[in-house]
Ligand binder design. Structure first.
Ligand code: AMP
Length: 217
């Protein structure tokens, strides 16, 4: 099963992906995570990407594509992939199409998670992340039990691009570049619109119900 999660930053794509990963044994591939890894590994690509990420801008397509196509070669992608954060503009929808054709795969479902921007801003302000394993926390809804990450003991930090000024730009970039993808995938007849306001478990329940009804393998 290949799933694409669409939605603005902070809409809950990562939380849903985590649950889908566990239940369906398919792997989450987040281009944001791949880029952050490249930055923390001090690669040349990471150094260029960081300039864009720090401003909340999209990293150039060729750089993101390089990381993504490498990642998809990994055997853990053979069962299927949850695409999180890619595509983010119309050109990237074509790049994804090409990548999937190469692998003789196709998207089974596109899930568009909708959350009003004022709630997204509150969520991103309270979002925290483990600098070690990337596990997500939220100081209001899912605070870490101690000072450090419950999974790996890593340091829990605020992402650089969750700062207020950068968040505003990320939402503008979403509106201009990524929102048009909703119409694109809705025309293909494989998209479900989901209300992303509410408890993570309840949203997940609705999502899996849909997957079961669609009988996607
Ligand atoms: P995310 O963790 O998905 O919110 O991504 C964090 C940042 O990484 C974004 O604000 C962009 O700067 C960059 N990024 C992630 N995915 C992409 C993509 N598909 N295309 C361009 N830039 C991306």
């Amino acid at each position: 099963m290949n799933i694409l999660l669409l939605g603005a930053p902070g809409s809950g794509k990562g939380s849903q992906a985590e649950l889908l990963e566990k239940e369906y044994g398919i792997v989450q591939v987040s281009t944001g995570d791949l880029l952050r890894d490249a930055v923390s590994n001090n690669t040349d690509l990471g150094a260029i990407a960081k300039i864009y990420m720090d401003k909340g801008e999209l990293v150039p397509n060729d750089l993101v594509l390089e990381l993504l196509s490498d990642r998809l070669k990994n055997r853990d992608c053979d069962n299927g992939v949850i695409f999180d954060g890619f595509p983010r503009n119309i050109e990237q929808t074509e790049l994804l199409e090409d990548l999937l054709v190469e692998r003789e795969r196709e998207l089974d479902i596109v899930v568009n998670i909708e959350v009003p921007f004022d709630l997204i801003i509150t969520r991103l302000n309270s979002r925290r992340v483990c600098s070690g394993c990337g596990k997500g926390y939220n100081t209001i809804t899912s605070p870490p039990k101690g000072e450090n990450c419950e999974s790996c003991g890593g340091e829990i930090i605020i992402r650089d691009d969750d700062r207020e000024d950068v968040v505003k730009n990320r939402l503008d970039v979403y509106d201009k570049n990524t929102k048009p993808l909703i119409a694109h995938y809705s025309q293909k007849g494989i998209m479900i619109n989901m209300n992303g306001v509410g408890k993570i478990a309840e949203i997940y329940e609705e999502l899996t119900q849909y997957i079961k009804e669609k009988k996607v393998q």
